[in-house]
Design a protein around this ligand. Sequence first.
Ligand code: AMP
Ligand code: MN
Ligand code: MN
Length: 320
Amino acid sequence: MQLHSIEKIKDKLQDYDNYVICGHVNPDADCIGSQIALNLLLKSISKKTTMLLNGNLEECFKFLPDSDKFTEKIPEDDYAFIYVDVAEDKRLNIKGASNKATVKFVFDHHQVNNADVDYAYIDSDIASTSMLIWQLAKSLNITNKDIATACLCGLMGDTGSFRYQNADADAYSSALEMVKAGASSSEIALNLYQKRSIESFKIEEQVLNNLYIDSEHKFALSCIDADTFEKYNATKADTEGMVDLIRSLGCVDVACLLRQTEKKKKVHGSIRSKTDIDVSVLATKHNGGGHKAAAGFTMNETNLETAFKTIKNDMVKLMS
Ligand code: AMP
Ligand code: MN
Ligand code: MN
């Protein structure tokens, strides 16, 4: 896989007229913010665009410009395809979305070994994909308030609002540029963190009830079953930030939250580290991935108790 410079990517984006932009499954603030910012940029240079999203956009992202423009419908006519915050078909938010692409671009900050694309702008040392989109905005000389807001939303999401290890000097200097361009960190924080549902509090109670702490190995693990989701009519969005709640325990270095998916088909794990322990190793073992300090995986395991035991054993090994 060949990587390209932002100048090359900028030039190549001029060559096509119709773009489809798609992120990853379980889209987070970086994924949504980056898609929106890229969409605004492409529209500014008179391109036709489609932002793909399976299902409804989470409430907390609805303050973003053009947040009502997501669609599930893949265009029929020829299109150039852009992977955002993801680099592989198997994690695409809409399955098969890239199948009919005439050319493929990717903007990502995950560790990517090989991507089946024509033009790749990938930097695994950077805190968010939205910082890469911001670089594109600067190179196009289109750095308005809306684009800055969407990019800062992504950057705040992936750095836990500058609390995680990836909040380095580059992250801060990009944020400064975005704020100077009109983005408001308080408006973003209000939407991302201060609009919790009552359901999420009920779910949190369950997460605390199910909490297992191994203080010898400095990790904590909890889970939420599908019945609890159903009982409170809650969605995955209501669990946002709960793995961070577990991580906030002073006696642990690593935290994991298991969530049984709808109809008990699978178990999704979110795992976080606050030291240099690489939790993506554990995620990769279960066919997942992510970053050193924040990773995820989805197990083809219908039984939550079995998954819990497996991950508990894996965490002991990881922390020994
Ligand atoms: P999550 O815990 O689901 O918020 O994900 C944390 C990080 O791991 C994000 O960077 C995700 O993109 C990544 N991730 C989550 N699930 C998977 C998966 N099944 N495969 C690869 N990466 C994942
Ligand atoms: Mn993401
Ligand atoms: Mn990201």
